[in-house]
Design a protein around this ligand. Sequence first.
Ligand code: ADP
Ligand code: MG
Length: 373
Amino acid sequence: MGRISLQHIYKIYPGATEPAVKDFTLEIHDKEFVVFVGPSGCGKSTTLRMIAGLEEISKGDLYIDDRKVNKVEPKDRDIAMVFQNYALYPYMTVFQNMSFGLRLRKVPKKEIEQKVLKAAKILGIEEYLDRKPKALSGGQRQRVALGRAIVREPKVFLLDEPLSNLDAKMRAQMRTEIIKLHNELQTTFVYVTHDQTEAMTMGTRIVVMKDGVIQQVDTPDNLYDYPTNKFVAGFIGTPQMNFIDVTLIKENENTYATFGKNKVKLDEETVKRIKISDYNNHQFVLGIRPEDIYLEDEKATRENGLVEAKVKVLEKLGNEILVYTNCSGKDGELVFRSKPRTNIYEDDVISLRFDTKQIHLFDFNTEETILTR
Ligand code: ADP
Ligand code: MG
């Protein structure tokens, strides 16, 4: 079993004014793949290191299965950790690197051999067992680091940005391999990354953090479609969600978002999801993802709800074009995805339609969502 229960965990580093981790409460289920994601310095590594026992817990309780482990030594927690810098011993062969921990623990030689071979097979590094780390590529070294963790057969794997040192192609490949590894080993994985793509593709559940505080714990799909606040909305997805300061206006049976010269009618289903009653004439932040904005042939007017925009920059990615525009009432750029080979050019004035089934609305001050799921 590899259940982890974090209950109101705090980390206050000596001399720091603010806790690095605040009131972190989370149940990690056995065999789950949980990802901690957030910008640099938000407390991901600190939390992981507290689980590993490498960092003291200032306040709160940590349980692994049913045992409280706040004061338990790292080596007695039945956990293996893999870091960004693989920390392999340069003078040892791959085999020796992988078997090092087992040898320390005086595991019989035969058993060591079996375990290393089995792990090497899973990771596809059997041919390299006699090589030294310097004769391996970055990806192969990272596999050895994983192998060293696997042979210990821990209840829980903790991985701290293990792919950061790899080039983009190798990173994508190792992503898939780690997912396969998780399926094969059937143990709990807790994976830390600052990269939202990595989080979205790997995690079955994602913990989004900011300033030491959990913002949202959810599946990748829910994070994308139902971000609980503006931070999560902006952090998940590239290019980023567009944010527009709008005033919501009720007219007859309809609700409109107005900004600058624009007046966009909101979809009825979306209006039903608004949690608060007195939104008429109040300011909110409207969020819309670049794929939920469409180019239209018609001329934009206030009556037809289309948004007039001026094209500033086209980013042609081959499979799509990212179009950066300016529009009335929106600070900064409004970006949308367009099909490849679309005939638009810089400085064109175009008409855009917002798919208002897909919009998000956030409180202007608290930045929390005002929509139900
Ligand atoms: P992340 O892994 O999300 O980038 P960290 O957990 O490493 O973030 O750091 C969280 C915060 O704690 C940061 O503000 C960092 O400067 C601070 N911090 C990390 N380690 C220490 C330490 N050993 N002593 C003091 N402050 C630290
Ligand atoms: Mg870190």
